[in-house]
Design a protein around this ligand. Structure first.
Ligand SMILES: [Fe+2]
Length: 406
């Protein structure tokens, strides 16, 4: 018996060598995002233990000869890590590139967006409230990756690092949790043909600095057009503008941000695909509509702008449910209004739905929205944790609205 057991242990050790040292940040933390036009740029970020080389070598996949670009690095507060950021510019649209970062020899791939939707459709996923339960996060990541999206918008509550027992947890715990989030992303958010899928991060209430003397890791980890400002637009060629908003976490809704939003919307009325994305829901599906605070502020300050500038789609989260509203304008159901989609159920246990007059469909399940943009329409699919499409919506580019399946 002893011999048999010893034999089995020997065989299993031989078959699967066990490493006692955890993988280094250089191997697990590499992520892509965009600060500027995704048709011609790519921003590459990675972490290293201590200060290392901040260079990216890159080339069009299949071509000879590496080009190189240097970026910047900064130490991550209360850790031994450095965050490296390199933006590649003057890239060819709709092109796959191969790249290597720092002193690492492993090569990876990314793809730029097309200059025009006539070249090919653009497809991207939108979800929020992501790494809450690791098991749910992983299952949903697998479904998102299966769709081979061009990019994914993570609309707040990215890694749940704040407001969950902060009293007993310090920066070390938080850095480790961000590390798990990035490691999972690098492992899972990869397309069938091996491209890393870029993330567009937004702020949520669980991503903020809980106390003024603690680090605000969102701003240390993610490259943004303006430092310490989470709200911004992302213009993709001349066919898509995403209005990425901060629903009152690092910047107030009222005042400067709303004024900026008005100017940004006014400057982009000719863009065929325009969407607003943020964390707290103006039209919640689990929280009560009557609750005051940030959701009422969004209805007061942002929704009238969506009405005035004919924004067909707004994506909301924070509720841990699925939702699609009727098209809404001036606080009423109106076929010419904005449809609010959500509702933040990527990796959290779903909550019960709170029925209300504006909800065309709401369910307590894990889901994300998948957008497919073509020259003639925006097609939206809601996909659940099993990979089933259970709801959809088509919007012609005239911005007239066709109701989806119920
Ligand atoms: Fe939230």
């Amino acid at each position: 018996m002893f011999k048999l057991l010893f034999g089995l242990i020997t065989i299993s050790l031989a078959a699967a060598p066990i490493s006692l040292t955890p993988p280094k940040a250089e191997e697990t933390t590499l992520y892509l995002t965009w600060v500027r036009d995704p048709t011609t740029t790519m921003t590459i970020q990675w972490h290293s233990e201590g200060k290392t080389d901040t260079r990216v070598h890159y080339k069009k996949t299949g071509e000879e000869g590496w080009r190189q670009e240097t970026g910047s690095d900064r130490p991550l507060t209360d850790s031994t890590l450095y965050v490296h950021t390199v933006e590649l510019t003057h890239l060819a649209p709709n092109t796959t590139y191969t790249f290597k970062v720092g002193e690492n020899t492993a090569s990876h791939r990314f793809r730029t967006l097309p200059a025009s939707l006539d070249e090919r459709p653009v497809r991207f996923a939108i979800g929020g409230d992501a790494y809450c339960s690791l098991a749910l996060f992983r299952k949903m990541n697998a479904q998102i990756a299966k769709q081979n999206p061009d990019f994914v918008v993570v609309a707040g509550d990215i890694a749940y690092t704040r407001n969950h027992g902060d009293f007993f947890r310090g920066s070390a715990w938080e850095v480790k949790r961000w590390g798990t989030f990035f490691a999972e992303w690098k492992k899972q958010l990869v397309t069938d043909d091996g491209r890393l899928i870029p993330m567009i991060p937004l702020l949520g209430n669980h991503d903020i600095a809980a106390k003024p003397n603690l680090p605000f890791y969102f701003f240390e980890l993610f490259a943004l057009p303006t430092q310490n400002l989470a709200y911004r637009t992302l213009d993709c060629g001349n066919y898509l503008s995403l209005f990425l908003l901060d629903s009152g976490h690092a910047a107030p809704i009222e005042g400067k941000q709303t004024e900026w939003l008005k100017e940004s919307l006014a400057a982009r009325t000719a863009v065929p695909h325009r969407m607003a994305i943020y964390h707290i829901a103006a039209y919640p599906s689990s929280y009560s509509y009557e609750e005051r605070g940030l959701q009422a502020e969004i209805r007061r300050h942002w929704c009238p702008l969506f009405d005035a500038y004919n924004i067909p789609l707004a994506f909301e989260h924070h509720n841990h449910t699925f939702k699609r509203t009727y098209p809404l304008k001036a606080g009423q159901i109106d076929p010419a209004g904005t449809t609010y989609l959500g509702d933040g159920s990527w990796g959290c246990r779903p909550r019960q739905v709170h029925p209300d007059w504006y909800l065309a469909k709401a369910l307590p399940l894990n889901a994300f929205w998948l957008a497919t943009l073509s020259p003639s329409e925006t097609s939206m699919q809601a996909i659940d944790i099993q990979g089933n499409t259970f709801d959809s919506l088509q919007l012609p580019n005239t911005q007239a609205i066709t109701n989806g399946k119920n």
